[in-house]
Ligand binder design. Sequence first.
Ligand SMILES: [Fe+2]
Length: 393
Amino acid sequence: MSGLLHIPSRAGIFSRQAHADLPAGSYEREVGREGFGGQATHFYHRHPPTAWSDWDGPHRPRAFDFNPLAGEPCPLEAPTAAFNDHLRLRIWKTDVPMQHLARNADGDELVFVHAGGGHLYCDYGHIEIREGDYLLLPRGTMWRLEPSSPSFLLLLEATGGRYRLPDRGLLGEHALFDPAVLDVPQIDEHFLAQQGTRETRVRLKARQRISTITFPHNPLDALGWKGSLVPVRLNVRDIRPVLSDRYHLPPSAHSTFVTDRFAVCTFCPRPAETDPGALKVPFFHSNEDYDELLFLHAGRFFSRDGMGPGMMTFHPSGFPHGPHPGAYKASMEAPRKHLQEVAINIDARDALQIPPAMASLEREGHVDSWRGYLDTDPNANAHGNADARVEAA
Ligand SMILES: [Fe+2]
């Protein structure tokens, strides 16, 4: 019966509190449904859950480096890095002003500025975007970008859907960020100055196919507007992450934008846990219902060895993932007091596909990047708290 209910059963040696006071010599693994919000069980293993010695077959952890990617003048033509029926992640590099307008009718577009930025003009007016900005463009918005410098952007389409802010629940409406920090485009002098009668092409993406509509004038000619369906800009520096001194919070605590089928979380600089028994890096876990993408924006990711800005890991469901050996060891022996990195985490409810074109950007050997654990003698594993409150059922 307990498999159908949220009533924990117990066997053997375990910690009464997840992610804390691990039994000495054990590695914790969380197996969960519905991401971090459903039923879950915590195992306490003798060996690290990612200490495989070989992996044969196509379903595996993968890593990609987008830094060598070439530029592309039209965002709608930017190469797709991952997709399913409900999301499409494109990587867009550009350093030239768009000579046309783009209109994505397939879903809301969440733009993240990894590098660069510039002046963006859209139906709603003019807004500047810079490194660290999210810009949420409602489905069907016409827009163009004039980059101020070479730019590297993520375009995350909520295919057939829409973004909303996550439920802040007990934290209240002003936690994580106050909605008042969201900015919207303005009908300003920059916007009015670009209006006119020059012929303008609008490239329309609908049903994942591109059509072109030509106007004898610039259709970004609004004199004003009112309403609640608007683009919004949020900079990661305005996010004030929640944290616990005594408990490593799951990625879902860092949700920034959500849809019905995926969540976009932002890991921002924050103090690390200090409680002696609390884990200081993410726990090993397998979200059996979710595929995970993790893009590093800035810094050195605290739980991943050998990952730099502009890179992304893909950890589909079906096997556990977790901290790399170097990061795990450091977190136990000399834990960092403050985390400086900024990363974008996308947890998708539906299986993601990686287009074959991404193979040239793949970093070979990611599946073997946990091999350092094989050198770990489980009987010599002093990690964990010998004074932990553990019980034998
Ligand atoms: Fe994960």
